[in-house]
Design a protein around this ligand. Sequence first.
Ligand code: SF4
Length: 329
Amino acid sequence: MIEKVILVRPRGFCAGVERAIKIVEDCLQIFGKPVYVKHEIVHNKHVVDSLTKKGAITVNTVEEIPQNATAVFSAHGSPPQDFEKARQKNIRLIDATCPLVSKVHLEVHRYANQGYTILYIGHKGHVEADGVCAELPGKLHLIETIKDIEEIRMNKEEEDDKEKNQNNDNKKGVYLTQTTLSVDETKEIIAALKKRFPNIKEPPSEDICYATTNRQAAIKELAKNVDVIFVIGSKNSSNSRRLAETAQKTGKTAFLIDDVNGIKKEMFKDAKIIGLSAGASVPEYLVQQAVEYFVNLGAKKEELNVLNEVMTFKEPLELIKIKREQKGI
Ligand code: SF4
């Protein structure tokens, strides 16, 4: 018999996701249908479906966007080549890249210009990592696991050094990371990197974003108080997956579900207290539907407020400019 359902805070939408969704909605309102969105605006099926109903068309490449159309690039960031392709097609482009992802793109160039070799910790094939790696094609080392560190050659001179039997592990390097990684796993990778490259430089500020860090910290607290955890989020959402994994690593049973329909009775058959959280791309109504499910089974609803978030991001300058022009300011 379920006694309680505990909702942890912070959960759900982060500032970058709220900003990206609003950009698409504003574009639909200002320019009318259709607005093309390159890549899912955020990794959540419900958000994408709702914007599709309003007139957004999600595509995977710039090639699929017609000449002169209005387009938004997703919150995950894009390769610089895509901006050039959009320019050549005279696309009216509004970039919804989260400012915290843009920060990493800028860091790649800042450190490359200073002669650093970039070691980027991220997931191969994830759209955010692809965008960052495309800033310096073939020159940036992508590290997914500790095992990858063994393979690193700090720069092309390494091959010469190897022949001369020299060790180049002290060459100038800096590590950067994807914004939505597991905080604990990344710490382990960084420790291994520092062991291999004692002089490796750290980024000026943490690249794993505040929303990822806070949700993972909060779910660890939640895990102390519950029997089973449900994390709402899409399977292709990096931060949602890492959130569910963080919960599982506490030793508690945790499930990643798209929405309330993913909850099955056998998942919580011996549980008295259920915990709920949601990835950074998940709308609150999906959490409330799950709460209702457990409340209907007789559970009392409680909130666990671990951290308060106050982050907001400004809308893109190009959109501010268009809005001002419309108002004749
Ligand atoms: S999860 Fe972090 S990096 Fe991604 S959109 Fe949200 S704030 Fe930005």
